[in-house]
Design a protein. Structure first.
Length: 86
């Protein structure tokens, strides 16, 4: 008679891990929402829509250089606001 079969690891997140992840996502969304409108738009287009600087510049009516500056300031603000999560 054989013992129990091989152990199968449950890879689903625990309830606690799911709650922590949800809280982190909510905090990140809040930090993005708190950005000035143009910075928020640039971040969303850059990170989530994977648009390049030229595309973002076209949408916002800015130069690529202005977009780079806008994103730099936005990411600095996000890093500062979310530093405790690092």
């Amino acid at each position: 008679m054989q013992g129990p079969g091989p152990k199968v690891t449950d890879r689903a997140p625990t309830a606690e891990a799911a709650l922590v992840r949800a809280a982190r996502l909510q905090e990140i969304r809040g930090a993005i929402a708190a950005l000035p409108a143009k910075q928020r738009a640039a971040v969303l287009m850059h990170k989530y829509q994977e648009m390049d600087y030229a595309q973002i510049a076209g949408v916002l009516g800015l130069t690529e250089s202005a977009v780079k500056s806008l994103l730099f300031r936005a990411y600095e603000a996000l890093r500062s606001r979310l530093a405790h999560m690092a």
